[in-house]
Design a protein around this ligand. Structure first.
Ligand code: TXA
Ligand code: MG
Length: 335
């Protein structure tokens, strides 16, 4: 269901780069690595001191749990207390892929990884270099997205360089990420499965495999940075508008002296002068792949405000709309 791993000149699983990444992980260092969703900032999950450095480098509060990345689906049992039938079904269907399963924590996972929680998020990423690194490492790699806390997630190695620079020991360059939004997080740790964060695997796909409805759970008892209202935010103000009010809002903002860009293709009408447009790719998979690049472009070009209409909450539209709502934060309509 996912496009295969990206191929770039450096996407060679036997490369010396992979060896270097593994050596650094074994020594307790930090490696930024590509996945199909976004780049991760990884450390040996069993090395609590290395894991604590992730939080320092990201500027992220320590109570927020990290996802544990493993190289093979059948390693799941080493890292969780038990593998439920639902977990088996989802892992079989979607791993390697953009799906994180929340299960009860196995004793090998330090509390530093889970932010003190008795549950742990695990996934097998679908990227040739990540898999080569994880399989050769043999253990688990704890990794959040490789961006400063609250900033846009990196979908290219140069985004990591821009954001974290020499605070990471090594950046494994695997080219641009093929999915472009983070993994779907499904909580299987208690009662009924629920989606904590929509992502690269759609709600419809999960429901088809589990044979029942999988609700989205907002907020809840779990401290989850993916659930902060303002997250994935560029510097510019992102404003979510209905298609019918887009041109009027743009004209008003321009009249107020703001540099305005519309993300998408405004339907025919009188375009205000000085309005700039960044077209959004179609279909949704292409939009997801370039969404964070586009948010960075808005900042690079110095816009004050970006106006955008949301895709419908279906398929990948659910994850895209979720990230745009978060980027708009409390300044946009409430979610
Ligand atoms: O696609 C992805 O998931 C990327 C790549 C690098 O794998 N990772 C990622 O990590 O997005 P991060 O840390 O930026 O977001 C992980 C989300 C956070 O919202 C975190 O709170 C949640 O996963 N999470 C991790 N462990 C959890 C747990 N035990 N219970 C609830 N939420 C958890
Ligand atoms: Mg993140």
């Amino acid at each position: 269901m996912n496009p295969g791993p990206e191929h770039s000149p450096s996407a060679d699983p036997t490369s010396p780069e992979v060896f270097r990444a593994v050596t650094i992980l074994r020594a307790g260092g930090l490696v930024a690595f590509p996945t199909e969703t976004v780049y991760g900032l990884g450390a040996d999950a069993e090395n609590a001191a290395a894991v604590r450095r992730i939080f320092e480098v990201k500027g992220r509060p320590e109570a927020h749990p990290l996802i544990v990345h493993i190289g093979r689906p059948d390693w799941l049992g080493h890292w969780v207390a038990d593998v439920s039938p639902d977990a088996q079904k989802l892992a079989r269907e979607f791993w390697p892929g953009p799906l994180t399963l929340i299960l009860r924590r196995g004793s090998r996972v330090p509390l530093a990884v889970t932010g003190g929680l008795e549950t742990v998020g695990v996934r097998v990423p679908n990227h040739a270099l990540a898999l080569a690194m994880l399989q050769s490492f043999g253990g688990a790699v704890a990794a959040p997205s490789a961006n400063r806390f609250g900033r846009v997630s990196p979908t290219r190695a140069e985004h990591v360089r821009d954001d974290l620079g020499d605070r990471v020991d090594f950046i494994l360059d695997g080219g641009p990420c093929s999915v472009g939004v983070e993994s779907t997080i499904v909580d299987l740790s208690s009662g009924e499965p629920a989606i904590l964060r929509p992502g690269g695997v759609t709600r419809e796909q999960l429901e088809a495999v589990l044979g029942r409805l999988v609700p989205l759970r907002h907020g809840g008892p779990v401290r989850s940075p993916g659930q902060h209202v303002l997250h994935y935010a560029p510097r510019a103000e992102i404003v979510i508008v209905g298609a019918d009010e887009l041109l009027k809002r743009a004209a008003d903002l321009i009249a107020a002296g703001r540099r305005v860009v519309v993300l998408g293709s405004p339907s025919a009408g009188q375009l205000p002068s000085r309005l700039e447009i960044l077209p959004l790719p179609d279909p949704l998979a292409d939009l997801a792949r370039s969404l964070y690049d586009i948010l960075r472009e808005v900042d690079r070009r110095g816009f004050d405000v970006a106006l955008v209409t949301l895709p419908p909450d279906e398929g990948l539209g659910l994850a895209i709309a979720d990230r745009l709502r978060r980027a708009a934060g409390p300044r946009g309509p409430s979610q």
